[in-house]
Structure formats: structure tokens, C-alpha cells
Write a protein that binds this ligand. Structure first.
Ligand code: COA
Length: 183
């Protein structure tokens, strides 16, 4: 399947401390360094990468599938310490879902919030979306807190919404609406 042109040539986005940019195959080592950490994947749908080949497959997937994925790079040294997605994008209904992950070593420094704020701005200003939503397992308090800090509103809990790693999980659903669109 060819990548939809709207997901190609995504702009790099600079924030105060980060450079959000599309991933290259050369980033596989940086990705493997932290996605191989099972603490990162506890509340994710996928398991920690077992080998650098998993990280290469991941980069190949995000660069060919119909989604937008930015690597989260530290401005100070260009290291890729996280990623952020807009996926399940529905241009007809002007909405998308956001997801973000940061290397454990860098948790608690506001990087996920800084990233999510920039990507939400991209979705509203560049793609003219009206709604950006995000979900997290109910136990994932850090993710819920990031969504709250970006101004997203808790809409409710989707009961037993996903079947992951051998059991069903309740998911919190958050969303934010574009303040500058006529609704
Ligand atoms: C969720 C995640 C992206 C947050 O990244 P981060 O860069 O540490 O996030 P920030 O520093 O911007 O904000 C984290 C907030 O969560 C809070 N937090 C962290 N752990 C918490 C916990 N166990 N309970 C309650 N709040 C918690 C922090 O205190 C902070 O809030 P504060 O600024 O009000 O103090 C990161 O923990 C991660 O990558 N986790 C693994 C992957 C994942 O779960 N991704 C989300 C998928 S839905």
C-alpha cells in the first residue's frame, strides 16, 4: 500500500527543548535503546523490542503506513528519546488520535507534554482537524496526566475496550477540540 501523500513529507517541528522529526533507518539504535525496556511497554499494545531488527521493522512500518510519526529528538544532542503519533486519522470527520512514548531515563521532565502540545498544534493548524483524541489504560496515570496537562478533557472510560497481553483492559478516553474552528 502506498503511503497517502498527506502523511508524506511531514514537517519537522521545533519546540523549546526538542526537535520532532520523521524517523530514518539510522535511528534504529536510538529507538532500540529505550523501546527494548519493558517498563516502557507495560501499558502499550506491543511488547518491548527484542532485537535491533524489531526497531528497524518499527521504523519501516511508521514510514510506510498511513499515520504520522515523529521521533522526539533532544535539541542538545539530536538523540531520539521518544516518539509521537497521529494515527487513526479521519480527514472526512477532521479527527485523529494521538499517542506518545518517552525513554524511561527521561520521564518526568515534561518532554511528553511538550511533544503532545506541539503535535496537537500541528493537527489543528496544518491539517485543520477539529478533534484530537487519546486513550490510555486506566492504570497509566502518567499518560492520563500528560493528556490533562495538554488541555484534553476526560470523556469517560471505555470498558474492556482492548484485549492486550492476555486480558481485556478498560481505557480512558480524552479529547481536545480545535478552539479556532467554526463548529
Ligand atoms: C506516559 C509518558 C509518555 C510520560 O512521559 P513524560 O515525559 O514523563 O511526561 P511529562 O513529564 O510531560 O508528564 C508526566 C506527568 O505524569 C505524572 N506522573 C508520572 N507518573 C505518575 C504516576 N504513576 N501517577 C500519577 N502521575 C504520574 C508526572 O508527575 C507528570 O505530571 P506533573 O507535571 O503534574 O508532575 C511516559 O511515562 C512513557 O513513555 N510511558 C511508557 C509509554 C506509555 O505509556 N505511553 C503512553 C501510551 S497511552
Amino acid at each position: 500500500m502506498a503511503k497517502d501523500e498527506r502523511f508524506r513529507d511531514l514537517p519537522a517541528i521545533e519546540t523549546e527543548r526538542l526537535l520532532l522529526r520523521t524517523l530514518e533507518m539510522e535511528d534504529a539504535e536510538d529507538i532500540f535503546e529505550w523501546v527494548s525496556d519493558p517498563h516502557v511497554t507495560t501499558y502499550l499494545f506491543w511488547r518491548a523490542h527484542q532485537s535491533i531488527e524489531d526497531s528497524r521493522d518499527f521504523i519501516s512500518w511508521v514510514t510506510t503506513d498511513n499515520l504520522a510519526c515523529w521521533g522526539v529528538g533532544l535539541t542538545e544532542n539530536s538523540k531520539i528519546i521518544g516518539n509521537c503519533f497521529l494515527h487513526n486519522v479521519n480527514f472526512e470527520h477532521k479527527r485523529a488520535e494521538i499517542a506518545f512514548n518517552i525513554a524511561r531515563k527521561y520521564w518526568g521532565r515534561g518532554y511528553a507534554t511538550e511533544t503532545a502540545q506541539a503535535i496537537i498544534r500541528f493537527g489543528f493548524e496544518y491539517w485543520r482537524l477539529n478533534r484530537i483524541e487519546g486513550t490510555c489504560m486506566v492504570e497509566n496515570s502518567a499518560s492520563a496526566r500528560v493528556m490533562e496537562k495538554t488541555g484534553m478533557t476526560l470523556e469517560g472510560v471505555l470498558r474492556q475496550y482492548v484485549y492486550v497481553k492476555g486480558r481485556s483492559h478498560d481505557m480512558k478516553l480524552y479529547s481536545i477540540l480545535n478552539p479556532n474552528r467554526n463548529r
